[in-house]
Unconditional design. Sequence first.
Length: 403
Amino acid sequence: MNSLISADNTWALWCIMAVCAAMAIYLEQKYEWASKVTGCILALSFVMILSNFNIIPTEAPVYDHVWGYIVPLAIPMLLFNADIKRIGRESGRMVLIFLLSSFGTVAGGFIAYYMMKDVIPQLNDIVPMFTGTYTGGAVNFVAMSTLYKVPGKTVSVALVADNLLMALYFFVLIALPTLSIIKRKFTHPYIDKLENLTEEDKSKNETLVSKYWGAKEISLKDIAMTVALSLVIVTISDTLSKLLSSTFSGKGIVDAILGGLLGNKYLLMTTLTIIIASMFPKQIGSIRGSQEIGTFLIYLFFAVIGAPASITLILKESPLLFIFAFIIILVNLISSLVLGKLFKFSIEEIIIASNANIGGPTSAAAMAVSKGWTELIVPALLIGTLGYVIGNYYGIFTGWMLH
């Protein structure tokens, strides 16, 4: 059946994608209920409704352009803050527990795969997507789903399961420090410090937090530099990817490994951006707006993957992917607690590290703010950014092992 808006009506479809993404962001920042649902689910839901009511098509060239051009452009933008030296210098201790926690994600991915490979089709392509997002965040979810050509319908179902589980998991993390067994087994210096604050100290603490999350000034030069540098990185990565893929095109195992890794444009984008951000931290760090622009582009992706999503399919398949994702997160939590205890980390550090893995830098920093652990806000953002970096590597590693 033909949709009300045809697949070749490019401007109308771009308009709908952009408006749905903008509405999702507005609602997420305006209303508490929307922030709990998350903007990415809202953007996906708006477009999914339009698609299921046959207002827009399930397939169109516009959607392919978002997958092929918008997504790669967003990845470098979201990695501009990935200065490895700064991450190591300012968050050295937190980096260790974050890496230990991330090993739990990888282990959970393999365990979940072997437990559910017979009931979920194409699971070897789905595992990298979840491994990536549960090490970094949405940018890794997008990169891995694009790299492994996961069907849009499956991506939509996976995203619904992922976000529902993340929301529940955050409640678990918030409640964890209140459990008596956790209080007995783990140190909790940040909680102790907060309990000893006077009312005047608490007031000052809230002022610092609100200043930290204040609005940023973004100039025309910032926007120009963000877009131009991202395009340069994507172009170089794409060119190198094609060159290296053709260079290592033999049938031997060495060529297969080198061609798969060195010829992977998402891996090249990640690596090149890290090198630039680490070699020129002041210059790259002074470019404002990259996170905002990159995040909006990612929201466009979330809107687009709602188009081919069948509501019937989501109701049918989401429970299976929910269980699959639950296994990964459970292994991550157990690993984080066991290894965190072994290496003498506080429960606050363990919680923030696990949150940074599962939810990314923003949610980890937001949890640090909400709990009053102000000393952990910057480390949460830095290790979360590190997750964006290694998430693609972990995702590609698991994908390579399972193919």
